[in-house]
Design a protein. Structure first.
Length: 162
């Protein structure tokens, strides 16, 4: 399966660890803003945090994912949710307008486009987390290890895995 190809699987595992780490950090440091970006060799973590805080939370996240807490791999602030919402709402809004050449017809169809967009928005709410769980993250970390956490610049850390 394509999701199990080496570079993709490693990215999905790092994405799960990123989310779980952010869950841990958010619990320990409520109100702190943070974001992440994963790739096959680890993830970047953006936020006003120390390297020690990230190490502690990343190790806990790693342990908890390996203990079966797969729900930590899904995060409400994930870009998957945002992209799913934008794509579905936009596509659904476009559907009643496609093929119309007349400006008058388009104006008359705007209320329908808004209703369709709302339907797409509602469908995206369960679909985004589902996509995270089954497509964009992999909570089974296998034998992945955290190798290092390197401060890149103020507010940016690189979590390196193998």
């Amino acid at each position: 399966m394509i999701l199990d190809l080496p570079l993709i699987l490693e990215t999905r595992r790092n994405h799960a660890l990123e989310h779980a780490t952010i869950h841990m950090l958010s619990h320990k440091h409520p109100g702190k803003r943070m974001a992440g970006h994963s790739n096959p060799t680890g993830f970047f973590l953006l936020g006003d945090l120390t390297t020690e805080q990230i190490w502690e939370s990343a190790k806990e996240a790693h342990t908890r994912l390996n203990s079966g807490e797969s729900g930590l791999a899904v995060h409400p602030g994930c870009g998957t949710n945002m992209a799913t919402t934008a794509l579905l709402a936009g596509t659904f809004a476009w559907m009643p307008l496609r093929g119309t050449k007349s400006t008058l017809w388009r104006l008359m169809l705007i209320p329908f486009a808004l209703l369709f967009a709302l339907a797409g928005y509602q469908l995206s709410k369960p679909l985004g987390p589902w996509l995270q769980k089954y497509v964009t993250t992999e909570a089974d970390l296998g034998n992945m290890q955290i190798v290092d956490i390197v401060p890149v610049r103020q507010g940016v850390h690189r979590v390196i895995t193998k």
